[in-house]
Design a protein around this ligand. Structure first.
Ligand code: GLC
Length: 583
């Protein structure tokens, strides 16, 4: 029989020492997060745009699904040039999404159901329509000039940008303002000018925004492009790099190393400051999750040496990890190494910027089985899972040509030929983010149940909505949705799956297509564990459960637990969890 001994050595600590973690972990380490893109979730008033009352109307669905925390993309006042990631008032709600009362109701309703809510905080920049920026750009002597980053240009009449810094999307991030003859800096799109965090007034004002929403009862904050907050005060040129295109693990690209524009030590110091503000609110404790990019070691720095900065960071590497046992095993080992207790990894397979998960699975015949396997991984591995709306029903991609894109990123890349769009998509880069933001598919009726039949949804519903939808899958015991529900229930019932330490089974003891690990929680006498087997291959295989003591087992091919067996036959893409008794 395979033994766990090797994996204990590999993970660096004997089971007895690490097993005590788990039950007493803070709630946010055990939770499951579901991301809603409000514009696309549910339209209650027929204007074609999803809204907060629409979300309120779907809380039963979300509670039944079994997710515990909702993260909402921004719904604050905004010209919507980047659909809410361009905020013009951090305290007001955009009328197309609802009112302050709706926000109040949403927070209260979720709390009454024992659920939590996370808001999206865009601290890095504002809209160019924000009253601060309008005042700032008025003249060089404006009292708000220093709220943003203004510099003189170089060359004749200052007609060249102040330095060679490129934006995250490539191309200079400097934009010349004709009226005052200076340039302002924008890490992302030109209409999203970066705030100047070296100005203490700005920093204090943005911390007030954070305090305000925490006081309103928000349980966590997702921090938009947090890695770009501080730019180097020297304004020295960024060095050359041979990298043409950034990747999930390496954000440098466009032939530049973003040395002075991302991952600045002052940003990490600010993460600690932000943590102190969040820690002022202890009942219940709140958490911060940062959108940062890079290899796991770089990302870990944002969590602070003593886990005293951001609680979590998104680890996007999973978005491009090949669908293979070997690659997934390596990914888990890497995350475990970089984020040991008291840190926690995150597992993310989709969001409002990236190709949808299902897109990566190729042939339609195996798509569902593969999606169930990824769900089994995501909900049984150690870390906080982030599920993107529609992932639970396998909502797919349907190409929307760049020139039809409403997404400002699509407009920016309009020159890219359509064949190249597919090339980038396969590498996890979405040039037209409309493709992953289509309306939620609630049923097979008009507008997929997203909006009243008379409405025109802001983006066309997916042509597969007639067959891929919540209503159809709710009736089907073999559906992806049923699998998610069952997995989420299993996770809630088993403390080992929520917060247990993770030990990868020794490599070579199971077929290379099978990833196997044990989750274990509790002190001796009250210890329980779960062995997880994930089969990434297309052929049936057999594996032995090491040190078998199984009481029950769950499979992603069956919607129920059954008595455990010491030797398992795994079908193609099957995921099995073997549960131990307490001892
Ligand atoms: C983040 C968001 C993205 C947005 C950008 C600018 O990457 O996820 O949707 O466009 O920041 O705020």
């Amino acid at each position: 029989m395979a033994s766990l001994a090797g994996s204990q050595r590999e993970n660096g600590a004997p089971l007895a020492e690490t097993a005590a973690s788990g039950a007493d972990l803070p709630w946010w380490k055990r939770t499951t997060v579901y991301q809603i893109y409000p514009r696309s979730f549910a339209d209650s008033n027929g204007d074609g745009i999803g809204d907060l009352p629409g979300i309120l109307g779907r809380l039963d669905y979300l509670q039944d699904l079994g997710v515990e925390t909702l993260w909402l993309s921004p719904f604050f006042e905004s010209p919507q040039a980047d659909f809410g990631y361009d905020i013009s008032d951090h305290f007001a709600i955009a009328p197309e999404y609802g009112t302050r009362d709706d926000v109040r109701r949403l927070i209260d309703e979720l709390h009454a159901r024992g659920m939590k809510i996370v808001f999206d905080m865009v601290l890095n920049h504002t809209s160019d329509q924000h009253p601060w920026f309008r005042a700032s750009r008025q003249d060089r002597g404006s009292p708000l000039r220093d709220h943003y980053i203004w510099r003189d240009g170089r060359g004749k009449d200052g007609r060249s940008p102040p330095n060679n810094w490129k934006s995250i999307l490539g191309g200079s991030g400097w934009h010349r303002d004709e009226a005052t003859g200076q340039w302002y800096w924008a890490s992302f799109l030109p209409f999203q000018p970066d705030l100047n965090y070296r100005n203490p007034v700005v920093k204090a004002a943005m911390l007030d925004v954070v305090r305000h929403w925490l006081k309103e009862g928000v349980d966590g904050l997702r921090l938009d492009i947090f890695n770009a907050l501080f730019k180097d005060a020297s304004f020295a040129d960024n060095p050359f790099s041979f990298r043409p295109v950034p990747s999930e693990k390496n954000p440098h690209g466009f032939f530049q190393r973003y040395k002075h524009t991302i991952d600045h030590p002052d940003t990490i110091a600010f993460a600690r400051e932000l943590r102190e503000v969040v820690d002022e609110h202890t009942d219940p404790p709140r958490f911060l999750v940062g959108e940062v990019f890079g290899d796991p070691e770089t990302l870990r720095r944002y969590c602070g040496e003593a886990a005293s900065a951001l609680h979590l960071v998104f680890l996007f590497e999973s978005m491009t990890t090949p669908f293979s046992g070997k690659a997934v095993r390596r990914l888990i080992a890497e995350f475990e190494r970089a984020f040991p207790e008291p840190f926690s990894p995150t597992y993310v397979f989709g969001n409002h910027d990236r190709p949808r998960l299902i897109h990566r699975f190729g042939a339609p015949e195996t798509r569902d089985a593969k999606a169930k396997l990824i769900a089994t991984l995501q909900l049984t591995v150690r870390g906080v899972p982030f599920i993107y709306y529609g992932e639970e029903i396998g909502m797919g991609h349907h190409e929307i040509p760049l020139h039809e894109g409403l997404d400002p990123v699509a407009a920016r890349y309009r020159f890219v030929p359509q064949w190249a769009v597919g090339f980038f998509r396969r590498r996890g880069i979405l040039l037209n983010r409309d493709e992953c933001r289509r309306p939620m598919q609630w049923d097979g009726g008009p507008n997929a149940g997203f909006a009243p039949a008379s409405a025109t949804p802001w983006l066309p519903v997916h042509p597969e909505s007639g067959t891929t939808n919540v209503a159809a899958q709710e009736r089907d015991p073999g559906s992806l949705l049923t699998c998610y529900r069952s997995l989420l229930a299993l996770r809630r019932a088993e403390p080992a799956l929520q917060g247990g330490a993770l030990h990868l089974h020794e490599e070579g003891r199971t077929p290379s297509d099978v990833v196997a690990y044990r989750r274990i929680v509790g002190a001796p006498g009250d210890r329980t564990f779960a062995d997880v087997f994930l089969h990434f291959g297309p052929k049936r295989v057999s594996v032995d459960v090491p040190d078998f003591e199984g009481r029950a087992m769950w499979s992603n091919r069956l919607d129920e637990t059954r008595p455990a067996e010491a030797r398992l036959t795994l079908e193609p893409y099957e995921g099995v969890v073997v549960l131990s008794p307490r001892r």
